[in-house]
Write a protein that binds this ligand. Structure first.
Ligand code: ATP
Length: 674
């Protein structure tokens, strides 16, 4: 059973040295994370495994490692400077910032999910939407996008008028607004709610602002409903090259401005020609890169799922455009499918269960205008996060190389909605010897987050196992004590609610409510949930400062320690430590020497640890918790017959292995070539 909540992962990651909150001595810095001794090992393994899959195992891929900072023109012509933004609203009361699209579309779609996963404070807006005709809205979207868009332009003008009225407090309603759209020539005849869905997705900020106000959507943080207008917020971090003190927007400032790259892909496009020529490749071929990316996300969170600094693993695979294919050559669709399959199988091969990963083709209205198709791979993360994108595999046509080239034919510029590039001094094109033609190759792009991938692997591998069931009487007694703790928590919650001044509250009623809910649910799963309850009592935000919880916690810890084990069932190739060696007796020099000798035998091959700081049982548990696949114990028998105990993490089985066969056995079990 994988993790049930991200809190379990966060706790383990901190306690065992995988991931720490960054800048901790100064109170941290919003959603920046540091990778500790085990985290750096595991993240390196994720990246190495990707490189193996995408570069080494193929005959047609090269790697690069490009500078993070690039000429600002790269980001102007890629479209990022103008459009890489998310809509932002501020709560005027508590100054918290949110993605306006998330607040509004969640509220609309909540109708379909009966309020599940939606903040209950968003409910009032649902009253505005008796029906959410999403499908019809999408049809409308597709139609308007293909039309000349006059209707859309006029609709937007009316939308702005409507927003002004709402802002000025004039009497108006959504019905009036949608009524005013009906007589626009060319406006398709679909329901108001479909139109609404369309506008929220496509021309959002004005309508979002109006909706937040009309719907009295309250702030998820302070529950007030007082919003600024929605506006676009560019997600790229800015800096300057050289000593610049000019004001923002001046020529001098713009000339030295740089962005921390929000994706690694553009560095690859910049080097298309360099790699093509230096490696004497022919299309089709790919260029891979792993590296840091930065996005000033409005709402980072869910541990390392969405962070402002993260790592990406991206491949740009260059292929022939359809019109230049020779008989029998793979089409763009076939290449796209091949990469979707290859990447999907990589996830499965590293232990992700089929039931928790899915391929989701983006709908037409989600696609960028130049993209022919995109398949997202989504993993079922625990808790309210649910299915979340872990990788996207896109067919980007000839957009990217054309965007950065100086001489692109007029019709292609029009098709790709590009301006002529007057800044580029090159054409990133290709001369095809077979077709005897020059063209801009198309691109298939598998784009994956390394840090997000590591989170998915940790969630998948997390297991709390009951190794020895506790006595029924112990569980019954525990349930009684938990009931008492819950009653006490309810009392404290009520007291906190009565306290009007939030600053004076000893407890946070919302956190206590979540704690009561989580604990009540976990209690129904006892004894399986012993370890989970143990963690909850120690770390849950709503459990802090509750006297009865403090009293109960050591008892639960003891029971959990005696009866359960936490084990990370990581694929051996991802495990931070592959092998742990223990001496049965740490004050017996011959045993210690032998154990250290075995460590030396393996440590140059992979991370191997020696530990003699506890009894064997405890040492095994420690290694289980960090996912070490194999442990070796050296004991008195070793001194007699030159055999050791080899213990398997998942089965907990122990076998005696003669020393001369040890390397072979270890390699075999780790899946390494022997
Ligand atoms: P999302 O919809 O989650 O914001 P996206 O569609 O913007 O992601 P892409 O631009 O396609 O993401 O980036 C490719 C991959 O990079 C994603 O599949 C994800 O694994 C990773 N990624 C993107 N943004 C972040 C982030 N803020 N933190 C961690 N990983 C990220």
């Amino acid at each position: 059973m994988p993790a049930r909540s991200l809190d379990q992962i966060r706790r383990l990651a901190k306690n065992r040295g995988f991931i720490f909150a960054g800048s901790a001595p100064y109170g941290g810095l919003g959603s920046f994370w540091d990778y500790g001794p085990l985290g750096v090992e595991m993240l390196n393994h994720v990246k190495r495994s990707w490189w193996q899959n995408v570069v080494y195992n193929r005959d047609d891929v090269e790697g690069v490692d490009c500078a993070i900072l690039m000429n600002r023109k790269v980001w102007q012509h890629s479209g990022h400077e103008a459009t890489f933004s998310d809509p932002l609203v501020d709560c005027k009361s508590c100054r918290a910032r949110f993605r306006a699209d998330h607040l509004v579309t969640d509220a609309i779609l909540a109708r379909e999910t009966e309020g599940e996963n939606v903040h209950r404070k968003l409910r009032p807006i649902i009253e505005l939407f008796p029906v959410s005709l999403k499908a019809a809205g999408l049809q409308l979207y597709a139609k308007l996008r293909d039309d000349e868009q006059d209707a859309e332009r006029e609709a937007n003008r009316r939308l702005r008028e409507f927003q002004d009225k709402v802002s000025n407090g004039e009497k108006t309603s959504l019905d009036e607004f949608f009524g005013s759209l009906a007589n626009i020539p060319g406006m398709p005849n679909v329901s108001q709610y479909a139109q609404l869905f369309f506008f929220v997705r496509r021309h959002p900020n004005e309508l979002r602002s109006a909706l937040l106000k009309l719907g009295k959507v309250s702030c998820p943080k302070c529950q007030k409903a007082d919003w600024t207008d929605a506006r676009n917020f560019n997600l790229m971090f800015q800096s300057h090259v050289g000593p610049v003190e000019a004001n923002k927007g001046t020529e001098e400032e713009l000339a030295s401005r740089v962005y921390l790259r929000p994706e690694t892909a553009q560095g690859i496009f910049m080097n298309f020609k360099n790699v093509l020529e230096s490696s004497r490749r022919k299309v089709p071929f790919g260029i891979a890169q792993i590296g840091k990316a930065f996005r000033n996300e409005i709402t980072p969170g869910n541990f390392t799922f969405r962070t402002r600094e993260f790592e990406q693993m991206e491949l740009e695979f260059f292929i022939k455009p359809p019109q230049f294919l020779q008989p029998g050559e793979k089409t763009d669709e076939q290449w796209h499918e091949e990469w979707v399959e290859q990447r999907y199988n990589w996830w499965l091969g590293l232990g992700i269960d089929k039931s928790r990963i899915r391929k989701r083709a983006q709908t037409r209205e989600e696609l960028a205008h130049y993209s022919k198709a995109t398949v997202d791979l989504e993993y079922l993360f625990p808790g309210s996060l649910g299915f979340g994108e872990i990788e996207g595999i896109a067919n980007r046509t000839d957009y990217d190389l054309s965007a950065h080239s100086k001489d692109v034919p007029e019709d292609a510029l029009k098709r790709l909605k590009l301006e002529k590039n007057a800044d580029s001094v090159e054409n990133l094109d290709y001369f095809d010897q077979d077709a005897k033609a020059r063209y801009f190759p198309w691109v298939i792009e598998p784009s994956c987050g390394a840090t997000r991938a590591m989170l998915a692997f940790l969630c998948e591998a997390y297991n709390e196992e009951l190794v020895k069931p506790p006595a029924e009487a112990d569980i019954a007694a525990l349930k009684t004590e938990i009931d008492a703790a819950i009653k006490n928590a309810e009392k404290k919650k009520k007291e906190a609610e009565k306290e009007k001044d939030a600053a004076q509250r000893k407890h946070d009623p919302v956190a206590i409510e979540a704690f009561i809910r989580d604990l009540t649910e976990a209690t129904t799963r006892l004894p399986q949930s012993l370890a989970e309850i143990d963690g909850m009592l120690k770390d849950h935000a709503g459990a802090q400062n509750l006297e009865l919880v403090k009293k109960l916690s050591p008892k639960v810890s003891k029971l959990a320690e005696d009866h359960t084990r936490l084990v990370l069932k990581l694929h051996p190739s991802l495990a931070p430590v592959k092998l742990a060696i223990f001496p049965l007796k740490k004050n017996e020099p011959r045993i210690v020497d032998e154990a250290r000798r075995i460590k030396h035998q393996f440590q140059h091959l992979f991370r191997t640890v020696y530990d003699d700081s506890a009894g064997i049982g405890k040492l095994y548990r420690r290694q289980d918790e960090i996912g070490t696949p194999l442990c070796i114990t050296v004991d008195f028998q070793t001194l007699e017959d030159n055999t050791v105990t080899l213990r398997d993490r998942d089965t907990m089985q122990q076998i005696r292995v003669p020393m001369e066969k040890l390397k072979h056995e270890v390699f075999h079990r780790l899946g390494m070539p022997v």
